[in-house]
Design a protein around this ligand. Sequence first.
Ligand SMILES: [Zn+2]
Length: 589
Amino acid sequence: MPSLSRLPIFALLLTVAAMLNGCQQQPEPPTAPDAAPAATDSDASARENESAAARPAQMAANFDPARLDIYAPFKLQADLSHLSLRQQQLLVKLIEASRIMDQLFWAQAWGDRDALLTDIDDAGLRRFADINYGPWDRLDGDRPFLRDVGAKPPGARFYPADMSKQEFEDWDQPGKTGLYSLVRRDERGALSLLPYHTVWADELARAADCLRDAAELADNQAFANYLRMRAEAILSDDYLASDMAWMEMKDNPIELVYGPIETYEDQLFGYRAAYEAYVLIKDLDWSERLARFADYLPELQRGLPVADVYKQESPGSDADLGAYDVIYYAGHSNAGSKTIAINLPNDERVQLQKGTRRLQLKNAMRAKFDQILLPIADQLIAADQREHVTFDAFFANTMFHEVAHGLGIKNTINNNGSVREALREHASWLEEGKADVLGLYMIEQLRQRDEISDGELMDNYVTFLASIFRSVRFGSSSAHGQANLVRFNFFREQGAFSRDADSGLYRIDPQRFAAASENLSRLILTIQGDGDHPTATALLKDQGSIPADLKQDLQRLAARDIAVDIVFEQGIETAGLTEAAARLSTAEH
Ligand SMILES: [Zn+2]
């Protein structure tokens, strides 16, 4: 038997994890780069003999090493001083439960995390693989950055690698388009469905234990019930009841989003949901302000700058809006680009009965503001207008974007069916574009009514322009990227801002900015109401590409190493929960 000191740390961790029953505390998973998982002993000795020069060979030949620095680090922390020890211990349990979502997302996106990371010698590359949950660059169209890995399978690990789209479509199998199963081949090579709750029965049983332990610690009864129902749900893949319960949550200071939720990772069909989690602390002051703003929706709908027939629907004033700080992201939500606003649940049955909840993630917004938006403004906004790029304005613009999705209309005015059906591939970018300009409209209106008094409207405008530069960096393939490009070109044509050719700096003209915003609002609301697909096509064709000077400006940002997105330092220690966790483990033993 080998002596303990010669066993690799990694193997020890696995042994410890395997011996634990239920939701007991486990060591935090090693995070790249400093604490890389140790290699198995034979591999390690083989690698020690490799020359240092051999290391970069793992990097794909056409991969630009500068990409390794596109993520700026940010510590996920929140004010926990109003929470009791028990509530802080509850957070520890939620973080432990979330780590399991992280493991399962790795399995869905790539396979064995530790095996992949162990094989990468270069610390920067290893860290990049960890951020991307695999060897493909998520912010560059999934381009492989390791040699010999090939293209990312569009169906990730949800489907057999050798399955064609046609084979799936020809497959006569009830439930094959469901959210919560893997498609695999049986021993005869035929396709079969494996429900998540059977594939990952052990991991999910542990996760359910964590959620139930957390429920025991919860002071808020509604939240405790939700946690117990969510535990049931992950063990049965039936989420309806817990989604309904989540909609009832109003005054709990702690919040959890948990389970297989979004389907973007399944790029083959968009059917299958990926595991993720967010552990959130509610910002009670801001949430109260948000609730008040929602009361204005009907009045603001009536005041939209468009003919009456395009505003004939009445928005609900019961939109549930809240501001939160996140202390833990796991799985899909932590892969690549980080979400700063959540709108859930996705289940249409719940949406029809109860609507959705919108969660604004304040500290994650702060991270993007500090690490990305301010440095962009320093490079691209005229010096005398730069002071108008403020966090309050960024937060308000982002938040009212979400609220503004509720304005306008959902159905065409000429029997063309729903706006979404009529506009097809243009529906998403127009809807995002609408929310951006109508968010600005809401801010103008609420400022006139003195409901918003911090800063000035000019802050919202200049910050809005700086945000366009941030968003177009995501490229013209995403709905947000398209909406921002169209707006950039439209606004410029209307003189909302100008670019100084010598300095490459942009300056806004507030009067024209307001007029351009109103004109674009009217145009989008009209296209949506008419379900006018040809005009949408023409607008994207005319205004949807990156002009040459903007392209240069974006290259300038890249040359200055301005981050494209953020990566979190997070966990029990970072969140300030070490003491709560220690007292929890004393109580358990
Ligand atoms: Zn949106």
